[in-house]
Ligand binder design. Structure first.
Ligand SMILES: NC(=O)c1ccc[n+]([C@@H]2O[C@H](COP(=O)([O-])OP(=O)(O)OC[C@H]3O[C@@H](n4cnc5c(N)ncnc54)[C@H](O)[C@@H]3O)[C@@H](O)[C@H]2O)c1
Length: 274
């Protein structure tokens, strides 16, 4: 679509692993809305080569590998993106998360601290690293937009989400702290989107995810938001229609975060008990 709401805009999209990924849907929609962008993921995640199919569907977008826990990879990604896209960029999506303790089945009361360091580095500090790199290279255009994905486990306890809740709290805090500086000095907005449980590789890695998903679906008046719907919201935040929205954690969850009670939850529990 030549006249989409992102016409002429350029960006970087992290985290498209396969067609279930939220970032995958964002890339397809950003392309349809007229944007040009660089796709990136960890080198190890590119082994399956699925990202090549996405790049082909997005006007042969360039792919630049980046392990978000490595400063040199982040530097290289931003340098190359500036070159490929022909100058400063308008939007960035950080759609990255990983918990080694969850992966290894460690309980919250028995965490491995080396794993925890890696979880925080990949899932949270990477967002600061990204913004610091963009800042130092003066890589963002005025009125640009930076978005990261998060989960309500940052505010409320979901026991099986354990250390990721802490990681997401830090991520959301970086959006406020860097968002202030980016707003003041560069007129760039920074927000996090707090998304419903979504059937993706990262999502399904959390124990009891299916129950989480069903509970949220039953409690939310509008039902869970899909990856596709999340992508629509991301596009609106990259567009010029949201230029004064910044430093926010924005719930995109069908109303889950502000609902205290729903009979549908009781019906669900009865069904599960059968
Ligand atoms: N799926 C859910 O239920 C849900 C809900 C709320 C928020 N989120 C968040 O959405 C974001 C995207 O996750 P998703 O659900 O699309 O799952 P996904 O598994 O498709 O995406 C996670 C991505 O993180 C990438 N990644 C992991 N380690 C990396 C590293 N070292 N360097 C670079 N990239 C790395 C993976 O390769 C993958 O592409 C994450 O931040 C996740 O926490 C997901």
């Amino acid at each position: 679509m030549a006249n989409g709401i992102l016409k002429g805009k350029t960006g970087i999209i992290f985290g498209a692993l396969n067609d279930k990924s939220i970032a995958w849907q964002v890339a397809l929609k950003a392309h349809a809305e007229g944007a040009r962008f660089v796709l990136t993921n960890a080198p190890i995640a590119m082994r399956m080569g699925e990202i090549n199919n996405l790049a082909a569907a997005c006007g042969n977008a360039k792919i630049v590998p980046c392990d978000v826990s490595k400063n040199e990879d982040m530097e290289n990604l931003v340098n190359q993106s500036l070159e490929i896209l022909g100058g400063k960029i308008d939007f960035v999506l950080h759609s990255v998360g990983m918990s080694l303790n969850i992966r290894k089945g460690k309980d919250y009361t028995n965490l491995d601290y080396k794993f925890m360091h890696d979880t925080l580095d990949i899932s949270s500090i990477s967002f600061h690293r990204l913004m610091q790199t963009l800042w130092n290279k003066d890589a963002m255009k005025d009125w640009g937009s930076i978005v990261a994905l998060t989960y309500i486990g940052a505010q409320r306890v979901f026991p099986d989400y354990h250390e990721m809740g802490d990681a997401k709290s830090l991520l959301e805090s970086y959006a406020r702290s860097f968002g202030y500086r980016f707003g003041k000095d560069k007129k760039v907005r920074v927000n996090t989107i707090s998304q419903s449980p979504t059937m993706t590789t990262a999502g399904s890695g959390v124990k009891g995810f299916g129950d989480f998903y069903d509970y949220a679906e039953a409690l939310s008046p509008l039902g869970n938001a899909s990856a596709d719907e999340c992508a629509d919201y991301c596009i609106s935040l990259f567009s010029d229609y949201t230029r004064k929205v910044t430093m926010q954690n924005l719930f995109h969850d069908g109303g889950f975060s502000f609902t205290g009670f729903s009979y549908d939850v009781f019906k669900l529990l009865d069904k599960k008990a059968e």
